[in-house]
Design a protein around this ligand. Sequence first.
Ligand SMILES: [Zn+2]
Length: 89
Amino acid sequence: MDRIEEEEKVMKCVICHGEVIKLTDVKEEVVVGNDVVYIPIKVPVCKTCGERYYDRRTMQFLEEVGGKLNKTRAGLKEVGKVLMYEEKG
Ligand SMILES: [Zn+2]
């Protein structure tokens, strides 16, 4: 995590050029089949526009978890349901 904190000091947001970018707990959404899985991660987030910045390690981690979840649902617990609204004519 040291590397991220170093980057944080020098980073400027590429979207809004804001300088307030802080490590923040976020939930990354990964779609597995018809399900949405939230993966809690810590990433630098621009406090001005909300842009998230993923480093290579985080991207790899998300890819790994995504790949794993396509094979097995181990480690998942249900925290809610994803529902689809269908308008009845
Ligand atoms: Zn921004």
